[in-house]
Design a protein around this ligand. Structure first.
Ligand code: PBG
Length: 333
């Protein structure tokens, strides 16, 4: 026998894994239905629920059907819903006026949800891509995505959402200075309680493919978004963006996509201690769905494991298309 090695293991970590009760005792993180934000797609029309082909089980819903979805979210105890407008090419223009139309279908959906379920938090999307003829999040002039003129439009868009009753404004556009400009306008217009969840660290990601399908941007987008969304190689830059957005008045910050960027979630939480969210984006969702449909993975278990990963990485909550499915499981099936 090797005299250097003790006869018994000094620590038997398997002891605290022996049974479900003991595992529950030593469990470090939990996932709660209140941690979930459910992103949904709203379109024009009535009585419409049309499937998004690249996102199995996800629908584009007309406003009346969005209210049905809100009823479901409310019954399940989901913390918030996030509305993304789907627009056909015929609804898009170069000037993006639709974005701040108080009666666009996203704003009508906010009013409809808040009148029925006032305590369900409604989050919005602030970016021009779904109203822009070329699919970019900002105005395009001579092939350049211009910053400051875009920020003025984003402010108008955010104000229209706040007027409609939105609780959380979600700028996803990555223009510089938009958080401060929106915060200022909200204060000036009497919306000091409306929160801003900044998409602070948003990467130029291939994982957004199915989403662009869902909002009708796939055919519309010319070029890529690399001059405003982050380079996936960078991490320190994410901390600078979060510091800047918090200083400008963001109440909460987001890392997006989620699973490939868990290191960023952890660093953001450790550095700032601010409410931190991850977006489990369309491509992450589609990958799990596709593998599960092939019988290659267990969908429910991978879903719950992926969501717990965000909590373990320091996130307070997660935007996920799995929100209703996860909530049903958390509520006991
Ligand atoms: C655009 C926006 C995107 C997503 C949310 N807002 C796509 C993009 O930046 O091109 C992606 C969400 C997802 O993939 O689920 N403002």
């Amino acid at each position: 026998m090797n005299p250097i090695v003790a006869p018994f293991p000094a620590a038997r970590l398997r002891r605290t894994r022996v049974s479900p009760a003991v595992r529950a005792l030593v469990r470090e993180n939990t996932l709660d239905v209140g941690d979930l934000i459910w992103p949904v797609f709203v379109r024009s029309g009535e009585g419409i629920e049309e499937p998004v082909p690249s996102m199995p089980g996800v629908m584009r819903r007309s406003v009346d059907r969005i209210v049905d979805a809100a009823a479901e979210a409310h019954a399940l105890g989901i913390g918030a819903m996030c509305l993304f407008p789907y627009t056909g090419l015929e609804e898009r223009t170069e000037d993006c006026e639709g974005a701040w139309d108080p009666d666009n279908h996203a704003n009508r959906a906010i009013r409809a949800i808040k009148s029925r379920f006032p305590d369900l938090a409604v989050m919005t999307d602030v970016a021009l891509d779904t109203y822009n003829i070329n699919g970019h999040d900002g105005f395009v002039e001579d092939g350049i995505i211009v910053n400051d003129r875009t920020v003025d439009a984003l402010v108008r868009m955010a104000l229209a959402q706040a007027e409609a009753g939105a609780d959380i404004i979600g700028p996803s556009d990555m223009m510089d200075g938009r958080i401060g400009a929106i915060r200022n306008a909200l204060e000036a217009q009497g919306h000091s309680d409306v929160m801003i969840l900044s998409y602070a660290a948003k990467y130029a990601s291939a994982y957004y493919g199915p989403f662009r399908d869902a909002v009708g941007a796939s055919g519309a987008l010319t070029g890529d978004k690399k001059t405003y969304q982050m380079d996936p190689s960078n991490a320190d830059e994410a901390l600078r963006l979060v510091a800047r957005d918090l200083a400008e008045g963001a109440d909460m910050v987001m890392v997006k996509p989620g699973q490939p960027y868990l290191d960023i979630c952890r660093r953001v939480k450790d550095t700032f201690g601010a409410p931190t969210f991850a977006y489990q984006v369309s491509g992450e969702f589609a990958m799990i769905k596709a593998a599960a449909q092939n019988g290659w993975i267990d969908e429910e278990r991978v879903m719950m494991e992926s969501l717990m990963g965000f909590k373990r990485a320091g996130c307070d909550g997660v935007l996920t298309y799995f929100a209703p499915a996860a909530a049903r499981l958390l509520n006991g099936g």
